[in-house]
Design a protein around this ligand. Sequence first.
Ligand code: UDX
Length: 485
Amino acid sequence: MKVAIIGSGYVGLVAAACFAELGNDVICVDNDAAKLAALQAGCTPIHEQYLPELLARHRGTRLAFSASVTDAVRASAVVFIAVGTPPAESGEADLSYVEAVAHDIAQGLNGYKVIIEKSTVPVYTCEWIRRVITMNTPQAFDVVSNPEFLREGTAVRDFFYPDRIVVGADSPRAAEVLRRLYAPLTSGAYYQAAMVARPEGARVPPPLVVTDSNSAELIKHASNAFLAMKISFINAVANLCDAVGADVQQVREGIGLDLRIGRSFFNPGLGYGGSCFPKDLLAFRAVARESGYDFGLLTEVIKINQEQRRLFIKKIRSALWTLRGKRLGVLGLAFKGGTDDIRESPAMEIVKALVGESCDVCVYDPAATANARACLGDSVRYANTPYEAATGAHALLILTDWDEFSGLDFAQLAAVMKHRLIIDGRNLYDPSTVAASGFMYYSIGRPVAQPEPRLSTVPAARPSTPQGAEHTAQARPEEVSAPQG
Ligand code: UDX
């Protein structure tokens, strides 16, 4: 099938590469000349596993890049809208880019096509797209909602192994076109020789859910809102655990073993970030309000999430007493492990706050440093390894859940740090393991772990030793246990 994709961002570019992999002829359109030139030159502008291989495999054969929406529409049977829907001041989704593309699509229609909204949009957007195109062309067409459920860092894998494919079509003809487009996945044919390995527990083949466009748009917003709610719920429970001295990891285990609740996507931390959850919840709440329903639950989800950053800074303060002038090593700047994206990153918000408290911050991230440097400039120092970031530090902060940070060499850290203090915003470690390595360890929703107390006086009865060989094993000042975090 001939496929046009308007927008070559995190959603559009991944969809273009994956639809080409499924055997379609794809034209990916963008109005950013520099980005188009980079794509045509073989660059991969986003950090996604498998994407470079897919682009290299199909660029110039099944996959072309263009600046012209009209040309791409004319050459295609289906046209995906995958442009940004950033939040407006009010929190509503700014759909001006979607509307502009709808106008351009109308100019290019030269026969029946199916226009497919892939961007995450509020309910009724299909209706608006339909109106804009109807007013600008006599041609026959259908508009369909086909929301994506791609996570950054695993977007290609999520495309080929979705939990479900959702199609919101208001005409049987359009629904049939989408069934044909996704047939390689829903028939299982793709998996006979899949380039992307099947993730454990993947549902193969994925079910195709066909509904109306309003319901499909709501499925997307409601899915993200529920996932964000799960995160805010476990973070709220973690905060309660901190208050009562319980262990949130054990509480999470006990809750999650209930098959109706489950343990996935239920990890406490610094709160959700990224380009989706924060904006989608604001947009979902706004469209609910416009539709006459006050979705107050979302207000609490958002509030708990924002509070999580403040509480972590409070935890840092309780570990260090004063912040001014303190040297802090920071591991992680991306909003989550596996991506270079720092949009709405809790780590970035915390780093900025610590810089504002006149801390001397040295940061390290495996992929997001370049993006972070554009934002932080020379307000922080940049390291090339976690140990470099920890050198001379009064404390080491773990702010992003990169796999690399789950296997740190504590002996090497102890050798370079000024104080043996780790403050983990992602609960990457077992507290007793860290304490056994000689570190004081603060984390989320768990009691502070500290090394075995050092002898503060020489034991009363000791075997005779050469005179003067005895000494008082004073606990080093920095190891005096701080108040509970
Ligand atoms: C999300 C949705 O998962 C995806 O379906 C949708 O299409 C786009 O938005 P994404 O934002 O890329 O994907 O990342 P995700 O892995 O969902 O994580 C979102 C945020 O939640 C990150 O900041 C992550 O650190 C945080 N998170 C995730 C938690 O704090 N705890 C968890 O258990 C899981």
